[in-house]
Ligand binder design. Structure first.
Ligand code: COI
Length: 355
């Protein structure tokens, strides 16, 4: 299917935001991608159009029953001026896995991948060049059928928007303080935790607001059944260095299969590290911390990249990790990942495509 283009004349395009004030997800490019789905007709009418409001009936199913999923990936302006996309094909595959879980019709993966590339090409002047900035790309699908019965909707919109961004956390690459909650849970096995479902993020808000009000950056989630097994942290997957072993919770069905998580495992294994994907209890992490054997802890995610964790707060106590300083491995992973993304390091894994 051809992607139709209705592009704005240069004179009607917005002025670019100040790159030193980008923040995260506050500015949007000149254009967006749209495609519609209707039962019996399938996905149709892929198009790039000026960024703007989308018409929705008040009865649109997504507003009532949260049939909505999303993805997040980035385009980077390299040190050579070229624009690089990181693992876009993996994001498209995960979008379809989320779609299946939420009873949303899958999209054609080649078309979705092409839509991302074409939108970045049309809006390439929006890919920022300052250190640590990128163009965050947000593909998402939501049900827009006006119908109040509870069943999978018969109409959907697939949309892709893009936003020039800087670091996700105000701390940048400095260690963040994490609150371990045993009061709230994010997802249960058999639920939607593995899907990038919009509703998972709504479910996380109350705990993170309470944590933020107490001075913490994010919440570390434990499993829903026993509140013992570590799952993930806020908008990231979590890693620990126990002695010299890199450990991350195994994908249990309620944890998001992060693409930066997978890149981290592949890079560290390639460096000869012992990497374990297994169940980790909060008690194990605390015990090893008390024995001085929890050497490092960090989160990984597209928005956050690699984010060192300086302390864990659990049951009214703070456990300081690595003197609240960025660890050696977090630094090395951050440098290597961003090196690949900005073209300063060779891409041995085939993760990059240039636009
Ligand atoms: C991402 O890293 O792309 C995420 O999904 C986090 C986002 C919710 C800010």
């Amino acid at each position: 299917m051809e992607i139709a283009k209705q592009c704005l004349p240069d004179s009607n395009r917005k002025s670019l935001p100040d790159e030193s004030q980008l923040g995260f997800g506050m500015h949007f490019t000149d254009h967006m991608f749209l495609m519609d789905y209707e039962h019996g007709k399938g996905w149709h009418d892929p198009r790039i159009v000026p960024y703007g409001p989308v018409m929705l009936e008040p009865a649109a199913a997504c507003l009532h029953y949260a049939q909505a999923i999303f993805e997040g990936l980035k385009a980077y302006r390299g040190i050579d001026g070229k624009i690089r996309l990181f693992r876009a094909g993996d994001n498209v595959k995960r979008l379809n896995r989320s779609a299946v879980r939420m009873c949303i019709p899958k999209v054609d993966e080649d078309l979705a991948h092409r839509a991302i590339c074409e939108l970045v090409t049309v809006d390439k002047r929006w890919v920022p060049s300052s250190n640590g900035t990128s163009l965050y790309i947000r593909p998402f699908i939501f049900a827009n059928e006006p119908f109040l019965g509870v069943r999978p909707a018969k109409k959907y919109i697939f949309c892709i928007i893009a936003s020039p961004v800087a670091a996700y956390y105000k701390e940048g690459f400095s260690p963040v303080k994490i609150y371990v909650t045993d009061k709230y849970v994010r997802a249960a096995r058999g639920g939607t935790g593995e899907a990038k479902a919009a509703a998972n993020y709504a479910a996380s808000l109350m705990a993170s607001e309470e944590a933020k009000a107490c001075g913490f950056t994010q919440v570390l989630w434990l499993d829903a059944a026993e509140r013992r097994y570590i799952e993930e942290v806020g908008t990231m997957n979590i890693f620990f260095v126990f002695d010299d072993i890199l450990v991350t919770p195994a994908l249990s069905g309620s944890i998001l299969a992060g693409i930066t998580r997978d890149s981290t495992i592949k890079l560290a294994s390639g460096w000869g590290m012992n990497v374990q994907e297994r169940q980790v209890t909060i008690d194990e992490a605390i015990e090893l911390s008390q024995q001085g054997r929890l050497k490092e802890c960090f989160g990984t995610g597209t928005a956050a990249v690699v984010s060192p964790v300086g302390s864990l707060h659990y049951k009214d106590k703070d456990y300081i990790i690595n003197g609240s300083k960025t660890g050696e491995l977090a630094r090395r992973l951050f440098d290597e990942l961003t090196g690949i993304q900005y073209g300063a390091c060779p891409d041995h894994h085939g993760w990059i495509e240039t636009i």
